[in-house]
Design a protein around this ligand. Structure first.
Ligand code: ATP
Ligand code: MG
Length: 362
């Protein structure tokens, strides 16, 4: 088989992004040659430091290179300015928009039972990434009596709602196939839970709900045995906190998806464990969920696991299932043994020691 070369853009961004993205590169370079994959890399700039140095947070060159040369990318983190900074806006939000990365996919998985959750947690949140109140159409005005009013548009359309639900359905089918090959968690119900608040927001969330249902009722999902489940968002939070183990894939509009993802991250401990991918048609950017962590920057102790898992997730969306699975298995085995862990998980290992340990298992 001829080896295939994938070109990956590396965007470390700010803070610990610069410490974890090199770990992502190392694991790609260490994948066994039997997988028939090679990688080439291109270093790209973006972030708050980039803004301070050049006046732009997302240089055109970064966007052009991603569009023209790259198959996928890894994004570290960006610092948010502590005071409003004229001319600055988040480069990752811009990237999602400019590359039409319409889904934010966030798997949440525990490798060991905890006292709070004795059953395994293995779910994915699929957040719509382009609409809802994130269209950022806001205005503020004053009434005659001096009251100040601020409003925001919540926009949801049928096209975006259907495509995000289809993505959730595809992910559910893929996850089941992976469970079948790996033999892990084999009895789990294949299910997509649609989260919304259509009892109150009957038009916006109502549209999301009906489009998501219709998409998941398409033949390939029905034939695939996907159970369609629904939860009103408040009860979703409650049930997730009580017992997350029955959930498989949860699909939600942008804002609820954002809140749910951080909540679900809390179920399994450190932010340093949770990966994500920003996914469009044919392109994916892996991105650890944590921020730039200025409090630990430069000390070599950032947990690299979220990034390594984001690499696996990116590969999954580039249709490189075997490579993705190899990385996931190495990471799970590293966590299960737990001999080296970074301080956020109660250990005293460095970023490098954890990476080395994962590489040995690959
Ligand atoms: P930002 O504005 O960039 O989001 P932040 O101050 O909110 O920065 P986060 O990166 O969101 O910081 O992290 C929140 C907390 O979690 C911090 O105490 C940070 O040290 C810790 N943390 C986040 N990611 C990691 C990681 N990969 N390894 C270890 N600790 C982490
Ligand atoms: Mg933060």
């Amino acid at each position: 088989m001829a080896a295939r070369t994938l070109r990956i853009g590396l965007i470390p961004g700010d803070g610990i992004g610069r410490e974890v993205i090199p770990a992502g590169r190392r694991i790609l370079e260490a994948l066994p040659s039997s997988l028939g994959l090679n990688f080439s890399f291109v270093d790209l700039d973006a972030g708050f430091d980039c803004f301070k140095n050049t006046g732009v947070a997302l240089p055109d060159k970064t966007l052009d290179t991603l569009r023209k040369e790259c198959d996928g990318a890894l994004f570290g983190a960006v610092s948010s300015p502590t005071t409003p900074t004229k001319g600055y806006s988040s480069p990752i939000v811009a990237l999602r928009k400019r590359l039409d990365l319409y889904a934010n996919v966030r798997p949440v998985k525990s490798v060991k039972p905890t006292a709070a959750y004795p059953d395994p947690i293995d779910l994915v949140i699929v957040r719509e990434n382009t609409q809802d109140v994130y269209v950022k159409e806001e205005r503020t005005y004053e009434l005659e009596d001096g009251t100040i009013v601020a409003e925001a548009i919540k926009r949801i359309d049928s096209k975006a709602s259907s495509r995000i639900a289809r993505m959730a359905g595809e992910i559910a089918l893929k996850r089941r196939a992976i469970r079948e090959t790996s033999g892990d968690n084999i009895g789990k119900q294949t299910m997509v839970t649609i989260s919304h608040k259509s009892n109150v927001m009957s038009q916006t969330d109502g549209l999301f709900r009906s489009c998501a249902r219709a998409a998941l009722e398409e033949k390939r999902f029905v034939d695939g045995g996907i159970k369609i489940d629904e939860q009103i968002i408040d009860s979703m939070f409650y049930k997730l906190g009580r017992n997350p183990s029955p959930y498989d894939v949860i699909v939600a509009p942008n804002l609820y998806g954002d809140l749910l993802s951080d909540d679900a991250a809390a179920l399994v401990g450190s932010l340093g464990l949770i990966p994500s991918a920003n996914v469009g048609d044919g392109f994916a950017i892996g991105e650890p969920c944590h921020g730039s962590a200025p409090d630990i920057e430069g000390r070599g102790i950032a947990n690299p696991i979220a990034t390594l898992r984001s690499v696996a997730l990116m590969l999954q969306f580039l249709d490189q299932e075997d490579a993705a699975l190899a990385i996931e298995k190495a990471v799970d085995s590293q966590l299960l043994e737990g001999r080296f862990s970074t301080p956020d998980m109660g250990g005293n290992a460095t970023t490098n020691e954890v990476v080395e340990d994962v590489l040995k298992r690959l």
